[in-house]
Design a protein around this ligand. Sequence first.
Ligand code: FES
Length: 149
Amino acid sequence: MDEKVAAIINKYNVDRGQLVSILQDIQAEYYYLSKEALIQVGETMAIPASRVYDVATFFRAFSLEPRGKHLLDVCLGTACHVRGAARLLEKIERSLAIKRGGTTEDRKFTLETVNCMGCCAVGPAVKIDGEYFGQMSTDKVDNLLTKFE
Ligand code: FES
């Protein structure tokens, strides 16, 4: 029994109509929805586990895999690609010691790639937690990463 999950459920008065909000809050706390958390929600709220699981998998915003605190997207679209996005991605993978799609062991970063984030003019670009960083280069990577604790 996870105390934080219990507190979130209680905050919504164990209201089944608030299931999505409860799952959102749990994900905000842990950055993903663990199997244990989903079971606890189902048992506490008397909702079948299959229903909780259906809701958790229906919304793309929910992740059932461990995620990092910060989501780092590297753009590999054409405009960024011709300006060295592949090298940039390699450098970020080395710095974080993970491959794309992975999450660092300390759960600080999840690294993903996208195919264009609409700011081609300032490519190569990366996005961290929704904030864009353009004109990136391999030698700016480590400095940028240290800004995210
Ligand atoms: S190709 Fe990277 S922002 Fe468009």
